[in-house]
Design a protein around this ligand. Structure first.
Ligand SMILES: *Cc1c(COP(=O)(O)O)cnc(C)c1O
Length: 431
C-alpha cells in the first residue's frame, strides 16, 4: 500500500473511470462522495490513486473494530476453509457457540440470527406482536407498537411505514399499520400513547441517522419503568449504538437499563459480512415455532464464526474502554471548534454529531475528503463522526484539525475537485 502526503487529494482518471462505471449500471439509491476505495487497514483506507484517508465513518459503525481486524479475518478465513453454509435445514457446529456467547454478552436467554439490520428489526416487531397476542393477551390483529419521531430502523416497507423521513417514505405506500409515533425523548407523551393493545416500544437509545441525538438523561430508565409497569416489551435498536460504539457494550448501559430485546447488526458482522440478531428473553423470543420465521442465510456458519469472534473481542472490554476514553478526547476537541462555525456538538463515546452553521454538511464532507478524512453528513447540516474504535488519539486530533480547516471561512476545499467531470459528481452534491 502506498500513502501520499496528507494534504490535497487530486482525484484522477482511475477515480473518474470507476465512478463512471458504477453510475452506468448501479441504481442511484445512494449519493456517494467521489472517492473510490481499494484497500483498508485499521482506521485507514486507500483509494485507487493511492491516496490515504482516515475513515471517520467506519461503515456507519459496521467497522467498529477497524478494517480487516486480524482476529476477525482469521476467524473468517478459518471458517472459509471448512464450511460456509448449511441453511437452517441442518445444524452447523458454529451456530450454537455464537448464540450462547452472544446471549451471555447481552445477559439474555435466546438469540435469533438474521443478516441485515432491517431484518432484525422486522424480527423484533414480529416477536413483539406474537408475544402481544400469545402472552399478553391482546386481541388478535390489534397489537400496537410505539416508535419515536426521527427514528431510523432500516428500509423495508414496514419499517419505513413508521419513519417520518419524507424521502425514505414517499412513493412507497401503502404503509403497514399498527405503529404509533411519539416525540423522541418525551416520556410523558410515550406514557400517554400506551393502551391495552400496546405490545412494545421500539427505540434507538441514541438516534444515529437522526444526527447522533442523545435523549435527555433519565429517559431510557423511564421508558424501561413504563414498559415494566404496563407489561410492554422494550425493544432497543442498538444496531448502530451498540457493541462498544458509545463507550459501553450497549448505549442502554449508560442508564443501567436492560431492555427486553437488543436488536443488533452492523458491527456484529465485524465489517466482513452482514450479521444481525435479536437477543431477548425466553418469554419473548420463545414465541417463535418452526416455520413461523426464518432466513436462508441467517446464522450461517461463516456469519456465526465471525459473530463469535466479535463477541470475544467485546468480552475483553478493552474496546469499550478505548471508546469511552477516546470519546472524551474527541468531545473536547470538537467543543473547541469555533462557535461561529458550529452550533452544536453531541458526543457519546466515539460517536459525534456536529451541527455546522451556514454550510451544507455534504460540502463540509467534500472538504474533509480533499484533506484525507472520510465522513458523512446527515440531515443537511450535521456531520457525523464515527471512527473505528481502533483509531488513535493523534489521528482523532488530526481529523478534527482538518475539520477546523474546512470550517474556516477562507477554506475553499469544498469546491468541486479539479479533474472530476460533472458526471462523477452526484446530483445532490451539484445542487
Ligand atoms: C443501520 C441501521 C439499521 C438498518 O440496518 P441495515 O443493515 O442497513 O438494514 C437499523 N437501525 C439502526 C439504528 C441502524 O443504524
Amino acid at each position: 500500500m502506498t500513502s501520499s502526503s496528507t494534504d490535497t487529494r487530486l482525484p484522477g482518471v482511475a477515480t473518474e473511470q470507476a465512478i463512471h462505471v458504477v453510475e452506468s449500471h448501479s441504481a442511484a439509491n445512494y449519493s456517494p462522495l467521489p472517492v473510490v476505495v481499494r484497500e483498508g487497514e485499521e482506521a485507514w483506507v486507500w483509494d485507487v490513486e493511492g491516496n490515504r484517508y482516515l475513515d471517520m465513518l467506519a461503515g456507519y459503525g459496521a467497522l467498529n473494530f477497524g478494517h480487516r481486524h486480524p482476529a476477525l479475518i482469521a476467524a473468517a478465513q478459518e471458517q472459509l476453509e471448512r464450511l460456509t453454509l448449511t441453511s437452517r435445514a441442518f445444524h452447523s457446529d458454529q451456530l450454537g457457540v455464537f448464540c450462547t456467547e452472544l446471549a451471555e454478552l447481552c445477559g439474555m436467554d435466546l438469540v435469533l440470527p438474521m443478516n441485515t439490520g432491517a431484518e432484525a428489526v422486522e424480527t423484533a416487531l414480529k416477536m413483539a406482536r406474537k408475544w402481544g397476542y400469545q402472552v399478553k393477551g391482546i386481541p388478535e390483529g390489534r397489537a400496537k407498537i410505539i416508535v419515536a419521531g426521527g427514528n431510523f430502523h432500516g428500509r423495508t416497507i414496514s419499517v419505513i411505514s413508521f419513519s417520518d423521513d419524507a424521502v425514505a417514505r414517499r412513493g412507497f405506500g401503502p404503509y403497514t399499520p399498527g405503529f404509533v409515533s411519539v416525540s423522541y425523548g418525551d416520556a410523558e407523551q410515550l406514557e400517554a400513547a400506551i393502551d391495552d393493545d400496546t405490545a412494545a416500544v421500539l427505540i434507538e437509545p441514541v438516534q444515529g441517522e437522526g444526527g447522533v441525538v442523545i435523549p435527555p438523561a433519565g429517559y431510557l430508565a423511564t421508558v424501561r419503568r413504563l414498559c415494566t409497569r404496563h407489561n410492554i416489551l422494550m425493544l432497543a435498536d442498538e444496531i448502530q449504538s451498540g457493541l462498544g460504539r458509545t463507550g459501553t457494550t450497549f448505549a442502554c448501559d449508560h442508564e443501567g437499563v436492560t431492555p427486553d430485546a437488543y436488536i443488533l447488526g452492523k458491527a456484529l458482522g465485524g465489517g466482513i459480512l452482514p450479521v444481525s440478531a435479536v437477543v431477548s428473553t425466553r418469554e419473548a423470543l420463545g414465541v417463535f415455532r418452526p416455520g413461523e420465521h426464518g432466513s436462508t442465510f441467517g446464522g450461517n456458519p461463516l456469519a456465526s464464526a465471525v459473530g463469535t469472534a466479535v463477541v470475544r473481542l467485546l468480552k475483553e472490554g478493552t474496546y469499550q474502554e478505548r471508546s469511552a476514553q477516546l470519546g472524551t478526547h474527541l468531545e473536547a476537541l470538537l467543543r473547541a471548534l469555533p462557535s461561529e462555525h458550529v452550533s452544536a456538538v453531541r458526543c457519546r463515546g466515539l460517536w459525534a454529531g456536529v451541527d455546522v452553521i451556514g454550510r451544507v454538511g455534504r460540502d463540509v464532507c467534500m472538504g474533509l475528503l480533499r484533506r484525507g478524512v472520510l465522513a458523512k453528513d446527515t440531515h443537511g447540516s450535521t456531520v457525523r463522526l464515527a471512527p473505528p474504535l481502533v483509531v488513535k488519539s493523534a489521528e482523532l486530533q488530526w481529523a478534527v484539525e482538518q475539520l477546523a480547516a474546512v470550517l474556516a471561512a477562507d477554506d475553499r476545499s469544498d469546491l468541486p475537485p479539479e479533474g472530476i467531470s460533472p458526471s462523477a459528481v452526484s446530483p445532490q452534491w451539484r445542487s
